[in-house]
Design a protein around this ligand. Structure first.
Ligand code: NAG
Length: 487
């Protein structure tokens, strides 16, 4: 059973209050005690609402002038706080030594994915399961830093929740994140003896686990089980959407899962996939934009990981490559790509057939989708080219088009309605048609990029929620919060 506890709230707010009272006015103290999420009510380094004893270090309010470029501060235009990422012991290469207590999240060990095998995950605490309509399941990046991505998406949700045109109600949205441990995490201490563990980065492509207890289980199978939990009406009677979301290797994970996830007619119409700046793609056809990039891997360039040959065991019985590809074309997907993301990405020989950078691989992937679908990106898919953003995870997750896809799109379709859900439904329809027409612009990819505007902050003036007070910050500068940076 999923436990959604609320009991800590009073203690948490008391803690938040006392931590800040030392150096702030009574008025500030009162506003924080009311659970404000507005940056103007905080100073840099303050304790955020929802803090509990035992929270990992680093998770304080960050106020600086980086506008999200440091992946540890709020983007320009969002008047809400940014909560810093948890500090964690150990390292990506030697293994993490502990699972940090993420502020506002509980660690869950109730997902059994095999014989005496557990897939841990974290989930936002204090939310009423019966109100949840949408679950956003975040994926970690290469460093298996699940705590960071759950937090980034939570910070983006805080931002979206005060944007009245977005129509987002945080009570109806739940963020969750599987841990995806490696065998190094088991040696270092963060993974317990019955936790699912993978060799190296095998979690990211759905290849079977390295145990424990002699079990070989795909991360995709474990994610299916997690998704099933949220579609279980006895716990979550109102869930209408489950969104899988990742950036970089997490984006690549999400694209691979979207390609290979088994058909599930009860769920597929309620699933969506957010793919941010992946290092490489699994290509749906054997065509490649760069036929002869050099290297020595022509015979493996279309194998799983990069293509639909030689699938991992999770793909058994799923039919031909072309039927898997057609199923993929029907899935609800946003590709969110930084127009300045010129990093090389996945350096393997097989990836060089797809393009020379994150951005060009994405643009080539769009062309491939178009040529495989009569000139158009499939109508359930869209490319969100985000201007002035490089390989910057937070700026991808907090772009308004991304926020709409993550937190609002599709949350409509009617009936289960409170008055707050009626609002997202109407905005939802309008925006959906806008963005799908954006995706269908066939011409040059950079033009379709300019159609997916916002994020430059100043340009969308009329709708801007920026208050003059959001400039308030800078003053107290400094560093304590920056200790939170982990990779
Ligand atoms: C608020 O949401 C709208 C609609 O998604 C978007 O166009 C706008 O840029 C957002 N405003 C801010 C400040 O993020």
């Amino acid at each position: 059973m999923v436990k959604l506890t609320t009991l800590h709230a009073a203690a948490a707010l008391a803690l938040a209050g006392s931590a800040v009272a030392r150096h702030s006015s009574p008025r500030l103290h009162n506003r924080q005690s009311s659970g404000s999420i507005m940056e103007s009510d905080y100073s840099n380094g303050a304790t955020p609402p929802g803090a509990r004893p035992g929270d990992a270090a680093g998770q304080t309010v960050v106020i600086d002038n980086d506008g999200g470029h440091d992946d540890n501060s709020q983007r320009n235009g969002c008047p809400t706080i940014f909560i810093g990422s948890a500090a964690v012991g150990g390292s990506f290469s030697t293994g993490w030594t502990d699972m940090p207590q993420v502020l506002g999240f509980d660690t869950m060990r109730d997902l059994t994915v095999g014989n005496n095998v557990v897939q841990p995950y974290i989930i936002e605490t204090g939310k009423d399961a019966s109100k949840i309509k949408r679950v956003v399941i975040t994926q970690p990046g290469l460093p298996r830093d699940y705590w960071k991505y759950a937090n980034l998406v939570r910070n983006s949700l805080l931002c979206a929740s005060v944007n009245s045109t977005m129509g987002v109600n945080t009570d109806e949205i739940l963020i969750a994140a599987p841990t995806w441990f490696s065998t190094n995490d088991a040696s270092a201490g963060s993974a317990q003896s019955n936790d699912l563990v993978f060799n190296g980065g095998n979690w990211a492509t759905g290849v079977n686990s390295a145990g424990p207890n002699g079990e070989a289980i795909s991360s995709f199978e474990a994610l299916d089980d997690l998704v099933n939990k949220f579609f279980d009406k006895s716990t979550y009677p109102n869930v209408q959407q489950v969104v899988i979301a990742g950036h970089s290797l997490g984006g690549s994970f999400t694209q691979h899962y979207a390609m290979l996830r088994k058909a599930n007619s009860a769920q597929d119409g309620m699933m969506s996939y957010f793919i941010g700046n992946p290092g490489a793609y699994v290509w749906p056809t054997s065509d490649r934009p760069i036929p002869n990039p050099g290297g020595n891997c022509a015979s493996t360039a279309d194998e799983w990981g990069y293509g639909l040959q030689d699938l991992p065991p999770y793909g058994n019985g799923q039919g031909s490559a072309s039927s898997i590809a057609s199923r993929y074309y029907g899935r609800n997907i946003m590709y969110a790509l930084g127009l300045s993301d010129n990093e090389a990405g996945d350096s393997h020989c097989e990836a060089q057939y797809q393009g020379t950078s994150h951005l060009t691989r994405g643009q080539n992937f769009q062309k491939e989708l178009q040529s495989a679908n009569n000139g158009n990106v499939p109508s359930s898919q869209q490319f969100n080219y985000v201007p002035n953003v490089a390989h910057e995870d937070y700026l991808i997750f907090s772009d308004p088009n991304s926020q709409h896809f993550l937190f609002a799109q599709g949350s409509s379709s009617g009936s289960s309605s409170s008055s707050s859900s009626a609002a997202p439904s109407s905005t939802g329809r309008g925006r959906t048609s806008t963005s799908s027409s954006g995706a269908q612009q066939t011409g040059s990819t950079s033009q379709s990029g300019s159609s997916s505007s916002p994020s430059s902050g100043s340009s969308s003036g009329a709708l801007s929620l920026i208050s003059p007070t959001s400039a308030v910050s800078a003053v107290l500068a400094s560093s304590a919060a920056l200790l939170a940076l982990v990779l």
